[in-house]
Design a protein around this ligand. Sequence first.
Ligand code: CA
Length: 227
Amino acid sequence: MTGKILIVEDEPKLAALLADYLQDSAFVTFTLAEGTVVVPWIREHPVDLVLLDIMLPGRDGLEICREIRTFSQVPIIMITARVEEIDRILGLELGADDYICKPFSPREVVARVKAVLRRTRGEQAGPAPDLVLDESRYQARLRGQDLELTAVEFKLLKLLVEAPGRIYGREQIMARIYSDDRFVNDRTVDSHIKKLRKKFQAVEPGADPIHSVYGVGYKFEGLAGNP
Ligand code: CA
């Protein structure tokens, strides 16, 4: 796998280490260390992925991410030293694709870069060709069998399936699947997920494509037999 990666990191040693590992994996890298130059640079130089540190001189990485999303869908992996920022990073307002917590191993970063690129470059057939979603009827069929989902379950499944491997936080899920201001809380999402999983199992014992990510949220992984 190849591609152009922009590293935005103000600690020179860390930036150099990331660049080394990525180059060893055949990526071409560019490095920026100052916040205010990032958006203008990206407008001029299309890249395949951005590794974006949050604490930067000049401009905050969160703000930069938000602005990039106003004109580009380039995959963005945020780098953060603060676990409490994860919800915001993955949230609707920012639209980052993944995050990495400091301290990290450069090997892990390379693995995450490859995973995000694979996901966003899109295996067009999707992660689960045996899962068919019919939006006009809110119907999901697993290998031909109706999962018999409610409208909310259908929307939840669709959200997860459309970005396989992407982790959605509970707040993000709620914002996407409830169009009205009805009272919902974190547990509502958990309970819908539970029901969805049961419905998968009812049609196909052992089918469990929805995974929880501890403390963060949920993601859709492919079905067995569909790597
Ligand atoms: Ca920093």
